[in-house]
Design a protein around this ligand. Structure first.
Ligand code: 6PG
Length: 240
């Protein structure tokens, strides 16, 4: 039985709309149970469409985000007002339009070095998210994008191979996707999450998706899928 669920869409707009709708269902359920919802967001082009859909649907459905804690699956080590900052994109397109309280936003301090920023982000998430027996935070949901090489967050092919590090957030130097210095959730942290939804969108990614879905795949996304019981993949890519 496959340990992933693949949901295909005709285009990025439909993908973003469904992802937003499904996420808001999760938040509404958490609200009903009066429990916090800890989520980690990724960057990238599909994330921008996704955030826009979330804002429109949140307002239309009048859903409160007051119990949501927002983390980052990864961040570029640039200032928070830099055009390359994942925090800046989320702030402009999601947090500000929905007036999310600063206390709910756990940004990675991209203005620091990757090493310092990773340490700070690890301390922050450790104070907020419940942990499993291995000491990993158990986030309710992690959103990932997928790059043309099958990378997710800032976990790139050939990096952080070997055993699953006990780290929660890791420093990344010389990233093949600019900017070079980044911070990323580790494979272990992603494996520990209750849910992982991959928004895999865009041209030139057919081979990466096909490889990632293979039980013998070697891409970072393949490693994530193989490390988890279940991963949901929402895509407008035809894996072929
Ligand atoms: C980052 C992202 C990265 C992104 C993928 C997909 O900080 O660069 O977190 O992992 O999600 O590269 O990006 P696109 O959706 O733009 O292809």
């Amino acid at each position: 039985m496959a340990n992933f669920e693949l949901i295909s869409f005709a285009n990025a707009d439909e993908l973003a709309a469904r992802a937003a709708s499904a996420w808001l269902d999760e938040i509404a359920a958490a609200n009903h149970a009066a429990r916090p919802h800890c989520v980690a967001l990724s960057g990238g082009r599909i994330a921008l469409k996704f955030f826009t859909s979330v804002v429109a649907q949140t307002k239309a459905r009048e859903i409160s985000l007051g119990l949501v804690h927002f983390f980052c699956a990864d961040e570029r080590c640039v200032p928070p007002d830099d055009a390359e900052s994942n925090f800046r994109a989320a702030h402009e397109l999601l947090f500000a339009p929905l007036r999310v309280n600063d206390a709910q936003i756990h940004r990675i301090h991209g203005e620091d070095s990757p090493e310092i920023a990773a340490q700070k982000a690890t301390m922050d998430i450790s104070h907020v998210a419940p942990k499993n027996s291995a000491g990993q935070p158990v986030l309710d949901l992690i959103f990932l994008g997928m790059g043309e090489d099958g990378h997710v967050a800032s976990l790139f092919p050939g990096k952080m191979e070997g055993k699953m590090p006990a780290d929660i957030f890791c420093a990344v130097n010389n990233s093949p996707k600019p900017p070079p210095d980044r911070v990323t959730l580790s494979y272990a942290a992603i494996a520990a999450a209750k849910n992982v939804w991959v928004l895999a969108s865009g041209a030139g990614k057919e081979t990466a998706l096909r490889e990632s879905l293979s039980p013998s795949g070697k891409t970072p996304l393949a490693r994530v899928i193989q490390s988890r019981f279940r991963t949901k993949i929402l895509t407008d890519i035809r894996p072929g």
